[in-house]
Write a protein that binds this ligand. Structure first.
Ligand SMILES: [Zn+2]
Length: 341
């Protein structure tokens, strides 16, 4: 019995050490600016081909807590929810309506989403006809809270699709346009919570710096890909801003539309297979928000590789590496450049 107890003690002591070592590791990790940079922004990996971009992110200032509790903000999309968290920090409590990997083009709000809007002190939507379902949601909730549209003032790429008369809605694929969204968020939060002006201003400014670093890192990675290989075929037409900013050509899309709900004809598929062959496109990209079935079939017909997890209109699950906006852009850049290389 005595020996057994001693043995038991020794085990406890060992696990005590293990806990201490883990705690020290955690403290060191928290002290590392690359880890604490953006509350969950993936750490830059030094591995050039398989990891993230080489991205040094300056940490955001913590700012002051709100004396009467965090500002309750309801947001329609995960990408915008992340931007609001970056700007608001501990001053805001963000409720996001659209789940990870869900398609904003084809979303049916549930009764709990009406409750989320009702409970919010501010509502932030995306706009550009992408989250039109939010209009009914806000109306049905009867909320008096101010509603801000994050894309206000963002210069869009023109679209001949009459569904999107304000232009292509996928503007987050250009970090410079996202800087306009961040400025809108800081202004909106300050309007509702003037006491947080300094916090929102300082965090927004620091995050703008992270976006500029992201932009530079994407350019540095894309430049390693020969110009003639910068050809994109994606599931739906979501990457025009990325193509425009970083010098890619969108050769075609499996669903020939800015909207994932558009019909695809056999003739469209045959035409795209021919185009992929003629242009020498080495890979096509399915996306996290739609089933890869059709893109898979097309890749098989065209005899090219398929990348089935490009993050397009929605963030990924926590831990996916694409659970923040900057993480999404890093993940996609690496997927694209490595698949086309
Ligand atoms: Zn889309």
């Amino acid at each position: 019995m005595q020996q057994g107890t001693e043995h038991h003690h020794r085990v406890l002591t060992r696990s005590g050490w293990a806990a201490l070592v883990a705690l020290v590791a955690l403290v060191l990790a928290l002290a590392d600016p690359a880890v604490s940079a953006a509350e969950g922004t993936p750490k830059a990996s030094p591995a050039a081909d398989t990891g993230g971009l080489l991205l040094q992110l300056e940490p955001l200032p913590e700012g002051d807590p709100r004396p009467d509790g965090p500002l309750r903000v309801a947001v329609t999309m995960g990408i915008v929810a992340d931007l609001v968290r970056q700007v608001g920090g501990q001053r805001v409590a963000v409720t996001n309506i659209l789940p990870a990997n869900a398609d904003p083009h084809d979303f049916e709000p549930a009764p709990r989403d009406v409750v989320a809007i009702e409970d919010a002190e501010a509502v932030i939507t995306y706009g550009l006809h992408l989250d039109e379902w939010a209009e009914d949601l806000v109306a049905n909730s009867g909320t008096d809270a101010p509603v801000f549209v994050v894309t206000e003032g963002v210069q869009t790429l023109t679209s001949d699709d009459e569904e999107f008369e304000e232009g292509d809605p996928h503007a987050w694929f250009d970090p410079v346009r996202v800087q306009t969204m961040v400025a809108n968020i800081a202004r909106g939060l300050t309007e509702v919570d003037p006491g947080g002006a300094a916090t929102y201003g300082a965090r927004a400014e620091a995050y703008q710096g992270q976006l500029a670093a992201l932009d530079t890192a994407i350019k540095e990675r894309v430049v390693t890909l020969p110009v003639e290989r910068r050809k994109l075929v994606t599931n739906h037409d979501a990457l025009s801003y990325f193509a425009d900013r970083y010098g890619f050509e969108v050769v075609g899309t499996v669903i020939p539309s800015l909207d994932t709900r558009a019909e695809v004809s056999a003739r469209d598929v045959a035409g795209l297979v021919e185009l992929i062959d003629r242009e020498g496109v080495p890979a096509i990209f399915a996306e996290n928000t739609s089933s890869p079935g059709l893109a898979q079939e097309l890749a098989t017909q065209a005899g090219v590789a398929i990348i089935d997890d490009l993050y397009t209109d929605s963030l990924g699950e926590p831990g996916s590496g694409a659970d923040t906006y900057i993480g999404l852009m890093q993940t996609d850049t690496v997927l694209i450049v490595e698949a086309l290389r």
